[in-house]
Design a protein around this ligand. Sequence first.
Ligand SMILES: NC(=O)c1ccc[n+]([C@@H]2O[C@H](COP(=O)([O-])OP(=O)(O)OC[C@H]3O[C@@H](n4cnc5c(N)ncnc54)[C@H](O)[C@@H]3O)[C@@H](O)[C@H]2O)c1
Length: 252
Amino acid sequence: MLNDKVVLVTGAAGGIGRATAVAAAREGARVAVADLNLEGARETALLITDAGGSAIAMRTDISVPGDVRAMVGAVLDRYGRLDGAFNNAAIAQWQCGAASAKIGDIGEDAFARIMQVNVTGTWLCMRAELEHMSRNGGGAIVNASSISGLVGRAGSGAYSASKHAINGLTKTAAIEYAASDIRVNAVCPGFIDTVFVSSSLATRGDALLASVPMHRLGQPEEVAELVVWLLSDRARYITGSLQGVDGGFMAG
Ligand SMILES: NC(=O)c1ccc[n+]([C@@H]2O[C@H](COP(=O)([O-])OP(=O)(O)OC[C@H]3O[C@@H](n4cnc5c(N)ncnc54)[C@H](O)[C@@H]3O)[C@@H](O)[C@H]2O)c1
């Protein structure tokens, strides 16, 4: 599906990002793996090269403009082009000391950090990618949103606000760049089996699974399938969409 394409995946040291980087390589892409966690990014790249694919790993903090410029610059230096990007890196409230905090109880630092990484970081990545893709004949971008970008969920107000903001960036860019042959979509995963949901699982695992019609967590690979397809030319008439992958959660 991605033969001859160069694909960038942020937050690809593990979880959904790693699964997507590996799936993109399996589908023929050369893959740039970026993460704050360089060790993990290198492990992902090694999974790809050990299987006969091509990958580079880099340390990037998506909330730092210079890092994001350097990330896209490194992809162009190595591969000469960028056809697809999965802007997947993000943080949850528990990673900022605001686990399960109600709107009125979230600290200023935690709120600002979530916005800085999830919203500003995603926008910085989009800006750098769009700049290159507009000059080079098009491309496809997928942003990581969430079911929390579609509905409110108690205890995740800052995270939910950040994912709703990503939907706005996604839809606006889809309109603005359609004429440049750049498609921009978002995926909205439900509860996926990664460290990201470990805190919620530990405190309210039964309730969480009861809210999913399929009564199980999704696997990172099940999200990766959707992302890879959206990045491919098979999804050529799809832009500005928010695609669910949630075991039926949003149907409830
Ligand atoms: N796991 C879920 O249930 C779930 C559900 C809905 C949406 N999502 C979204 O999917 C995406 C991936 O989450 P995951 O579940 O694989 O979790 P994860 O924690 O395994 O992946 C997130 C990755 O982002 C990286 N990262 C964090 N801050 C960064 C920064 N500033 N710069 C660069 N990299 C940074 C982390 O090092 C990590 O490797 C996130 O956007 C998350 O919001 C996850």
